[in-house]
Design a binder for this molecule. Sequence first.
Ligand code: GLN
Length: 307
Amino acid sequence: MDFKLLNETVERVIESTEEFKTEGNVATYIPELANVDENNFGLAIVTVDGKTILKGDTELRFSMQSISKVISLIMALEDNGTDYVFERIGCECSPYAFNHVNTITTKAANPFVNAGAISTTAMIKGRDKEEKFQRFMDRIKKLSGDQGVTFLEKVYNSEMETTDTNRALFYILRSKGIFDLEMDDVLNRYVAGCSVGVNVVNLAKIAAVLANGGKCLETGDQLVEEDYVKITLAQMFTSGMYEESGKYQMTIGFPLKSGVSGGIMGVVPGKFGICTYSPRLDATGNSLRGIKVLEGLSKELGLSLFA
Ligand code: GLN
């Protein structure tokens, strides 16, 4: 991919989406998420050959929210294998909102609705809940090149005060025998995972590892098994944008995962990882300007996997 062309196109597309800067609303159901500058925008691209494009507020730290579900899935697979995971979680897109009770039948619809991520969180191994969460943090640091990944306690406390829907999902899943663990182990770790603070560069780096078949960009070491990369990207493709995943696969056309704090992480296999941050969301909970930027880039550069 021509780096100069990529850089110029990014600049042009960001400019052309200025008009969406004030559209949409920040999430308020987790009160602390409303404590941001609503018009912030940041973008990072990391190519598989190690080049970087940074635009806007790339230092700004925000909570991963649902983007953390990608890491929980990878770890659930690594700790238990594919069969174990998909015997207990479905692999189809859900037409329901990410925290809707109908996302559970006999099991969660897919790993990227809340019920699915509560399930993968339960599958992460460790001696106790502290060790399980430490392993989760370490995995994010390793994949993202560390650089300031941190735990956002205020976001965590804020969600813990308002997360009864997720508590309900936890109990439904446990009643169906998906796991047999205590609330303060699984649910608290799920919310803690959503509260990991990153910037767009951290997430673009994780995406770049996935774009590179799971291999470290610098050393070539296999950081994520190739089979698990394929599974993760397939799920990001079919369910990464909640109940509107199909819609954006028609206009963007590569694996994506969004979070309600305003991040969208994207993987263009063999080419680059990308992350946009813009906290104003559409009605589904996806970053409004982030989508516009990704749509523009995909169109101008022919990035759809079906192009
Ligand atoms: N922590 C959020 C929740 O559980 C994550 C949701 C999201 O980003 N879609 O509701």
